[in-house]
Design a protein around this ligand. Structure first.
Ligand code: GRF
Length: 229
């Protein structure tokens, strides 16, 4: 089994793990996390709410978006996190956009990249730059209902239980090894918006839990099985 991300070493210190007076307040290093966003950023907000606690083990060091109008960018700026927009319209083709995205993310030297409501497919070139260290959150219980309309597809299929999945990104669409899942019951009067809102509450808690546990304990992937710690 490969240790894709090793456990945190003892004694390493996060650069922010000091009081305003300069006293060290912890012995836990913070993993550098870049978050990819396209939308309002509720998942990003949850990560930002968690990352100031040095015990969390991870820190968002950059936020990158394909969409200059993404509300998530405002959340990042308000939190003092550097943001970069890499818009497809500024590139000649998909491959060059993918390279531009990887370059923008690479500037932050991330140990983990989190696609949190990023509505574009990451290309092979991008994934090769950050092998087995890109997570995605999806609002359905994969492998059921992959793709951009997972909530609607689950509702239209008539499922009674759906939920969300955090997975490692591979070359497919929502096909990578599953890190964690959580279930959400479908109510008889749900529409896509009401169901998605309830899923998002569970989803952001799951994502924060996964990022923290991976940051502290490391990540191993054995075929399709993912082990944290
Ligand atoms: C999440 O449900 C994510 O899984 C889906 O889009 C939503 C993004 O939400 N792809 P937010 O922008 O983090 O609020």
């Amino acid at each position: 089994m490969n240790a894709v991300i090793g456990p945190l070493g003892p004694g390493a210190r996060a650069p922010h793990a000091t009081t305003p007076g300069g006293d060290e307040v912890g012995t836990t290093a913070a993993r550098r996390v870049v978050v990819l966003v396209s939308g309002v950023g509720s998942n990003l907000a949850a990560l930002l709410a968690a990352h100031d606690d040095v015990a969390f083990g991870a820190r968002v060091v950059g936020v990158v978006s394909d969409n200059p109008a993404a509300g998530a960018l405002g959340l990042a700026r308000a939190a003092g996190i550097p943001t970069v927009v890499v818009a497809p319209r500024d590139f000649a083709d998909r491959a060059s956009w993918d390279r531009g995205l990887a370059d923008a993310v690479g500037v932050f030297s991330p140990e983990l990249v989190v696609s949190a409501g990023f509505m574009r497919i990451l290309g092979a070139g991008f994934l090769a730059r950050f092998p087995d260290r890109v997570l995605n959150t999806h609002p359905a219980l994969l492998p059921a209902f992959p793709g951009a309309s997972g909530v609607r597809d689950a509702l239209e299929h008539g499922v009674k239980i759906t939920g969300c999945t955090v997975h490692v990104v591979d070359a497919g669409v929502d096909t990578g090894p599953i890190v964690a899942q959580a279930a959400v019951a479908v109510e008889p009067d749900d529409d896509e918006a009401s169901l998605h809102e309830r899923i998002k509450v569970v989803e952001r808690a799951l994502l924060v839990d996964c990022v923290g546990r991976i940051a502290r304990g490391g990540l191993r992937i054995d075929g399709r099985r993912v082990v944290i710690g």
